[in-house]
Design a protein around this ligand. Sequence first.
Ligand code: COA
Length: 370
Amino acid sequence: MHTAAITGTGVFTPPHAISNDELVEAFNAYADRRNAEGADPPVPHSSADFVRSASGIESRYVMDKEGVLDPARMFPRLPERADDEPSLMAEMALDAARKALAEAGVDAADIDCVICAASNHERAYPAVAIEIQQLLGAGGFAFDMNVACSSATFGIQTAADMIRAGSVRRALVVSPEICSAHLEWRDRDCHFIFGDVATAVVLEREADAAAKDRWTVESTRCATQFSNNIRNNDGFLRRTRDAMEDRRDMQFVQEGRKVFKEVLPLVSRHIAGHLAEEGVAASELRRLWLHQANKAMNDYIGRKVLGREPEPGEQPNILQDYANTSSAGSIIAFSKHSDGLAPGDRGLICSFGAGYSVGSVLVTRRAAAA
Ligand code: COA
């Protein structure tokens, strides 16, 4: 049995940011248009103050800003690409992957397995991961997986398990999340929630990485429990049905309050159980990199797990800048806020969301052997 270690991470940040003020201005212009047309019931205005105080989100990045902010459209323009062009997810993942490989000091050719773990996939097949494998010049094999907001941590567990078992030596887990394309920007209750991004994580056999600064993957835990409270009914069977009208349930739909109430205890119990099984006290955790959906949720989980108010920087949030980026959120936090931990320090990456699903990865900082 081998041990797996994370040796590199990378983040691709899309070129366009949308502030709450810009977003709300566009939404309210859309609402005014609908109301002038006699919408019944009328479409109420959104408010930047509400968005900030309810979620902690201040801005988000998107692959197309103009389409999202056009009150006559309210949807990104992401033109279909020809089959001989790189797909959009592959292009985003490639940027993050190259950064992660550079940080790890690993050649793409030495990667044995590419997992594209994301909430949505651009097509049914061939797997986006196989396209990324080819564009990168990686070896081995590749496949797609989807566990909604927990895709990246479930992908890390999958990669770590293969490294532990010896079937691969080095793996790359990429999470290109184009959340702007499954968000209903015309729905006031959720129009502020999501943003686009891509993340990448390189995992290697610990014994191969002794000369590198790294994060030993001590253990991983995944759990799921079925719920309809976060759902998207779109899928390939849609084309076989008679009614092809613009249906709201073909985009992201959630019962935000129920999610809030039900997911918090699930996640707190999951983390406590994972730590207990590993014989790790919460007081030994130097950092928590949590899923990035809602600041109040993260504050609650941090307090519950640590048994006290988290110190500044102990539980970094990135959602104020990126919004909810589905499975990529906890990996952005991990990638951007891992400095300052000493060799032997422990931290926990934890994602949660639709399914419901929860994935946690317990890591220990290790320094390069002198
Ligand atoms: N602008 C102004 N007011 C708004 C608004 C907006 N954009 N959206 C909703 N409101 C109003 C509501 O209509 C409601 O008004 P009412 O009290 O008169 O009925 C009030 O604000 C509160 O709305 P509510 O939806 O209950 O807000 P909330 O405090 O639950 O916050 C979320 C909404 C979505 C931010 C919050 O529920 C959440 O983060 N849930 C968890 C989401 C999550 O983790 N999802 C996982 C996705 S992967």
